[in-house]
Design a protein around this ligand. Structure first.
Ligand code: TYD
Length: 135
């Protein structure tokens, strides 16, 4: 599995930095939803699901956190997100978990669909079964 990052261009000048995010330009899908995770308590691990159709781009605006990504064939642990300049693409049918949130972590997520609980696979064995069916 390839871990796909997008590097955002910084429009920087002597006042500081600015990054612009535009659907279908530096984000490879139409953005229907934006959410952010912050004030995460110490030791918390969250996610533990895959999506049937949803694609997401995660950007750590402040602080840092780590991702585990698993496409049913390969598991990649310790993908570090610690830069507001970098987006991590989370494709559909990728099991993901987030952990090691710093106290100042603000994790912004851009999503290709509205929130839909029916799009979630929250059972790991069911996820593996679906992966096999897809092949
Ligand atoms: P949850 O799916 O548990 O977060 P994660 O899997 O990333 O750890 O989401 C927490 C709660 O927020 C849950 O009640 C569903 C709700 N929620 C929404 O209402 N809209 C959203 O876009 C998201 C991501 C979650």
């Amino acid at each position: 599995m390839k871990v796909e990052f997008v590097n955002f261009d910084i429009k920087g000048d002597n006042r500081g930095n600015l990054i612009a995010i535009e659907q279908l330009k530096n984000i490879p899908f139409e953005i229907q939803r934006v959410y952010y995770i912050f004030n995460t308590k110490e030791g918390v691990r969250r996610g533990f699901h895959a999506h049937k159709n949803l694609k997401q781009m995660a950007v750590c605006l402040s602080g840092s956190c780590k991702f585990l990504l698993d496409d049913g064939k390969e598991k990649i642990d310790e993908v570090v997100l610690d830069s507001s300049q970098k987006g991590l693409l989370i494709e559909n049918m990728v099991w993901h978990e987030m952990y090691d949130f710093s106290v100042d972590c603000i994790l912004l997520v851009l999503a290709s669909e509205y929130y839909n609980e029916n799009d979630y696979i929250r059972d790991y064995n069911e996820f593996l079964k679906e992966c096999k069916n897809d092949r």
